[in-house]
Ligand binder design. Structure first.
Ligand code: HEC
Ligand code: HEC
Length: 294
């Protein structure tokens, strides 16, 4: 009997230690102290980060893409995730969220009620963002139209439907660090920020391990296409044999040097980058050219 009690106590302690290891770690008030978002500045950061590409409603065109009603489906090995409404609607969107709540979602993967988000929401990249840039995105989103479309529940199966599974995943793999070392060249450093913290190129172009974690030892080395057809091409020098000008031109127009046009999920990335200043496209190109490999 005493053995059983001891066993139950130890098991509870195990669960307790486990829960402590995976406890949500939101942004703190001191992280955002003195920060005020600038909506005008936020537009370009929001565009580079590709927030609308996932959060506009399926089938939206042109300006409708700025209505962040949610509803797009993202299939994975763990089930289908459905992007939520992040428009400024106070009930169905984020209109009533504080800056700390918004920042905790985007940069820590923690919801206002303290549960974990799944990494289908690429906060693993956004964690590298400057807090000011996050605040500017927040201010910009608040200027966009509200939508009262309710967010849909994800279609994921046991045990992944429990958000503690996302917490365990974060404990194992969420380690916000740039994948490449800081460069002496400010253009490459800017390209690294755009590519790794905002545009999350690695989410598609880096291969994954068994639990959906990015294989950081093969950064941007190309990956099987999650849609099941073909491969997402490698971007490392020696694999991608394009000049910096070719890369910048592709990000602006979608045309490859052989005049194929960007398809699949890359089309959305090009749509976003075509709206950014030429210096940003040149910076991403310089970053890719400076990657190790070749
Ligand atoms: C690759 C697709 C994708 C991109 C890009 C993306 N999101 Fe999301 N986002 C999601 C998914 C999927 C969820 C749901 C995650 C969950 O429920 O665990 C989500 C959840 C959220 C939430 C929480 C909403 C809620 O109701 O709890 C916020 C806020 C959010 N995203 C903001 C952003 C912002 C801001 C950006 C750009 C900086 C962005 N997202 C980019 C897919 C994306
Ligand atoms: C949402 C997934 C996704 C993201 C994010 C993404 N890409 Fe891509 N990328 C693709 C796919 C898919 C293709 C293949 C396009 C095609 O088949 O036309 C591609 C193709 C490319 C190509 C053409 C390579 C070739 O050999 O044809 C380049 C260059 C490229 N991406 C650069 C980038 C950069 C730089 C970023 C980040 C700024 C990025 N991609 C972000 C999915 C993505």
């Amino acid at each position: 009997m005493r053995g059983l009690v001891l066993f139950v106590l130890l098991a509870l302690m195990g669960v307790g230690v486990g829960l402590m290891l995976i406890r949500p770690q939101p942004l703190s008030e001191s992280d955002i102290a003195g920060i005020t978002g600038d909506a005008k500045r936020g537009q370009a950061i929001f565009t580079a980060a590709g927030c609308a590409s996932c959060h506009y409603r399926p089938g939206a065109t042109d300006d409708e893409k700025l209505v962040l009603a949610g509803g797009q489906r993202f299939a994975s090995d763990f089930g289908t995730f459905i992007a939520p409404n992040i428009s400024p609607d106070p009930v169905h969107g984020i209109g009533n969220w504080t800056l700390a709540e918004f920042g905790s979602a985007v940069m820590r993967g923690v919801s206002p009620d303290g549960s974990h988000y799944y990494p289908a929401f690429p906060y693993t990249a956004y964690a590298l963002m400057e807090v000011q840039d996050m605040a500017d995105i927040h201010a910009y989103i608040l200027t966009l139209p509200a939508s009262d479309t309710p967010s849909a529940a994800h279609e994921i199966t046991f045990p992944f439907n429990n958000r503690l599974a996302a917490g365990a995943w974060k404990f194992l793999f969420f380690d916000p660090q740039f994948a490449t070392p800081e460069s002496d060249d400010p253009q490459v450093t800017r390209g690294r920020y755009l590519s790794e913290a905002l545009a999350h190129c690695g989410e598609c172009h880096t291969p994954r391990g068994a639990l959906g974690n990015l294989d950081m030892t093969r950064w941007l080395a190309g990956a099987p296409n999650p849609t099941g057809s073909g491969n997402i091409p490698p971007l490392t020098p020696g694999q991608l044999e394009w000049s910096a000008e070719d890369i910048a031109f592709y990000l602006e127009t979608g045309f490859t040097p052989s005049y194929d046009s960007a398809g699949g999920h890359m089309a959305a990335v090009v749509e976003n980058f075509s709206k950014l200043p030429p210096e940003d496209r040149a910076a991403v190109a310089a970053y890719l050219k400076a990657l190790p490999g070749g």
